[in-house]
Ligand binder design. Structure first.
Ligand code: ZN
Length: 178
């Protein structure tokens, strides 16, 4: 097991769409283990392949003491009801903004042993699934913000990239990072 380097905003791998992952083998089991270690070390509640530089459709999650890995995840259903809550991302450290997501999703895929998985997720796990699947498509949570907040986020990112002090946060950071 190993802790991998988490790619941050500006790394082109975060903007690529990961192709469907092929047959699951020993390498995927090792990758899954390393990704769980990396997520816990961060700490975070979810981590997707592209965030560690691996263009595979795979993500790991850990919510309320349970954890798992999903390969080739597909959202089959999303609730019409949505929830808007503060979200963060391990690839965008220090940024937290409210993001609207479906309250519940039904998702299926396979696990690191190749076995099919299908579950209904709600609350934080539903948010994690949607956030991580976005990563597999090269989408970051700031892309889902209304225009004003997205501009604010991009200003902060540019300021940090130039090594200038970031403007003070006007909200309490959430603890959960995805
Ligand atoms: Zn993220």
């Amino acid at each position: 097991m190993a802790v991998l380097r988490i790619r941050t905003f500006g790394d082109p791998v975060l903007r690529q769409k990961a192709p469907e992952t092929g047959p699951v083998d020993e390498l995927h089991r090792k990758l899954t283990g390393d990704m769980i270690d990396t997520m816990r070390e961060a700490p975070g509640v979810g981590l997707a392949g592209p965030q560690v530089g691996v263009l595979e459709r795979i993500f790991v999650w850990e919510v309320e003491g349970e954890h798992g890995a999903v390969i080739n995840p597909v959202i089959l259903e999303r609730s019409r009801e949505t929830v808007t809550e503060e979200e963060g991302c391990l690839s965008l450290p220090g940024l937290y903004y409210p993001v609207e997501r479906a309250a519940r999703v039904v998702m299926e895929g396979i696990d690191e042993t190749g076995a099919p998985v299908r579950f209904e997720a709600e609350d934080l796990l539903a948010r994690v699934c949607q956030h991580e699947i976005d990563h597999l498509d090269g989408i970051l949570f700031i892309d889902r913000l209304p225009d004003g907040l997205r501009k604010d986020a991009l200003t902060r990112l540019r300021t940090e990239a130039l090594g200038l002090p970031a403007p003070p946060l006007d909200r309490h950071p959430a603890e959960d990072m995805l």
